[in-house]
Ligand binder design. Structure first.
Ligand code: NAP
Length: 221
């Protein structure tokens, strides 16, 4: 199997690379630094430079990968942004940074992805249950929440457009001990990624357009 991971320098993306490589799958991960390229190479994966906030960088993806076809694509790159208090208005630059990374980045990459898909491919958009409106019980972190709610909308449209060509889902990795999730989080990155890989391996056509927890249970929008 050939796996493309957008955002593979650390955290969940790097662990995805490690676990797929451990099973001898071909992995191409994207990174933004030379140091991160080395971490990825240590797993046996190939590395490609990509910044999802750059239209130019995203635009080069298909030219660079000309002819390559992937069975599995993860759109994992994301930022949390500032830890805003309830009703704290984000600065323009924080708003732009979070929305450009979490929403505009996938909206740049998804239109390019059909050319990169092998028959029967799966496209996994790493979202968050913090984007769910139905499951919300508190109002902090509203910028991050808004970005993941918008990302879920983007995933839904992508699932309709990709249609029969691929199964496309939004997936919540759990609250995971990474730079973003912090040391108090519930899950180790190894456990989260083990669950994600099992869930993704079981995806079928009926799952297209769904919003799933890392363990495969459906999440409310
Ligand atoms: N950890 C959690 O508890 C949790 C919960 C729900 C959802 N998630 C989601 O899971 C995904 C991965 O999170 P994580 O916990 O692994 O976070 P992380 O450790 O902070 O890693 C974030 C990843 O995104 C990449 N990235 C950020 N901005 C980018 C850009 N402009 N262009 C390309 N890559 C960029 C980072 O690359 P650099 O190293 O170059 O910055 C890094 O590879 C995110 O989408 C996050 O929203 C995480």
């Amino acid at each position: 199997m050939k796996v493309l991971i957008i955002g593979a320098s650390r955290g969940i993306g790097l662990e995805l690379a490690k676990q797929y490589r451990a099973e001898n799958h071909a992995v191409l991960g994207t990174v933004r630094s030379e140091e991160a390229s080395r971490y990825l190479h240590d797993t046996g994966a190939a590395a490609l430079r990509l910044d999802v906030t750059s239209a130019e960088s995203c635009g080069q993806l298909t030219a660079t990968l000309d002819g390559e076809r992937f069975d599995l694509v993860y759109l994992n790159a994301g930022v949390f942004g500032p830890r805003l208090r309830e009703f704290e208005t984000p600065t323009q630059s924080d708003f732009d940074h979070v929305m450009h990374t979490n929403v505009l980045g996938p909206m740049r990459l998804l239109p390019l992805i059909p050319d990169l898909l092998a028959p029967g491919a799966r496209v996994v958009i790493v979202s968050s249950r913090m984007g769910s409106m139905a499951l919300r019980t508190e109002g902090h972190a509203w910028l991050y929440r808004a970005s993941k709610a918008a990302l879920n909308s983007v995933m839904k449209d992508a699932s309709l457009i990709l249609g029969a060509r691929a199964v496309c889902v939004a997936l919540h990795p759990g609250w995971v001990r990474t730079d973003m999730g912090g040391a108090q989080a519930d899950l180790s990155v190894q456990q989260s990624v083990t669950d994600i890989r099992r869930t993704v391996s079981r995806l079928g056509a009926a799952d297209n357009g769904s919003f799933l927890n890392h363990d495969g249970t459906p999440l409310a929008w």
